[in-house]
Design a binder for this molecule. Structure first.
Ligand code: ARG
Length: 305
């Protein structure tokens, strides 16, 4: 039997506890501070419990969690997906469109520098001035196609595409987001481990829809039912054959089951009041390109010689 005592975690993930999470401003159509305030205590409690259950579920599925300290006055810092684009150990630190979130950038930079000092990351880069890129929330990597899909229009700029392409050496496909409910790419497109891609077609322009069909292939596309998309079900965390999400209809659960995935629901609906769900609450630190994965394997093999 294989010795699993030193097995690497199945995923390494950065999360930020929701100690200061609330809806106190509105920068997307999901956010209504008055609604939040009217049930503030109840929602704060639910968020704390839901976040812990998400963390435990991911740990149970084999992920190692790194925590970045939360900060008073930065309620959206809990959405660590937005902190950076990360591939092959390189982090490209985010630049946020709205002043409400801009204070997060230096705090995430500090966390990435610390991860680099521990050897968990190798390089940390900043964006050129004036170009917005809201991390893995808008720039989603698909290892099977060796491609980043970059959603632009509401938050990130199209001009971020060449920056990402040059730093990571992967193809970048910019896609315009047209439906304000799906303002971040991770609410409407989610590449899965087995080569499928979950998506919400109405979030993209006609041209974008065509491009996605062409690159992914209709046989690999899983269209999220609208009733689920409206609950941010596309914003799910996929680890191997497992999919962790806030909530999915029976229809959606059987759709993904037919493709070989098991869904796990965690009670994180309160984050939906800020426009976020499972994927947003998680930043993968260990994503690799195909090339990077081969290089890492080679290094391991050499170290083992
Ligand atoms: N309130 C946050 C914002 O508007 C939610 C971010 C959700 N993150 C995501 N990656 N979709 O920025």
């Amino acid at each position: 039997m294989a010795d699993t005592r030193h097995a690497a975690p199945r995923a390494r993930i950065m999360m930020c506890a929701p100690d200061y999470f609330e809806v106190s401003y509105s920068i997307n159509p999901w956010m209504h501070p008055d609604d939040w305030n009217s049930r503030r205590d109840e929602l704060t409690g639910r968020s704390a419990d839901g976040w812990s259950l998400l963390r435990h579920k991911l740990e149970q599925l084999g992920a190692a969690i790194e925590l970045v300290p939360p900060a008073d006055g930065l309620p959206d810092m809990v959405f660590t997906a937005n902190a950076a684009v990360i591939l092959d150990g390189k982090a490209l630190n985010a630049t946020f469109r709205f002043p409400e979130r801009q204070g997060e950038t230096p705090l995430f930079r500090k966390a990435f520098d610390q991860l680099a000092a521990r050897g968990i990351l190798t390089e940390v880069h900043d964006m050129p001035a004036g170009v917005h890129l809201e991390g893995a929330g808008d720039c989603v990597h698909d290892i099977n196609r060796e491609t980043f899909f970059l959603g632009y229009g509401f938050r990130s700029d199209r001009e971020a595409a060449p920056v990402v392409a040059e730093l990571f050496g992967e193809q970048v496909v910019p896609l315009e987001l047209v439906d304000p409910r799906f303002y971040h790419m991770d609410t409407c497109l989610n590449p899965l481990s087995r080569g499928h891609v979950m998506w919400v077609p109405c979030a993209f322009s006609r041209q974008g829809q065509g491009l996605i069909r062409e690159i992914v292939g209709d046989e690999n596309l899983i269209e999220v039912p609208m009733e689920d998309a409206e609950k941010l079900a596309c914003n799910a965390v996929n680890l191997g054959d497992d999919i962790v999400l806030a909530e999915a209809s029976q229809r959606m659960r059987s759709m993904v089951a037919e493709h070989g995935y098991t869904t796990h629901e965690v009670p994180i609906r309160s984050f939906g009041m800020s426009g976020g769900s499972a994927w947003c609450l998680v930043l993968r630190l260990d994503r690799h390109s195909k090339r990077g994965a081969r290089a890492a394997q080679l290094e391991l093999a050499e170290a083992g010689d």
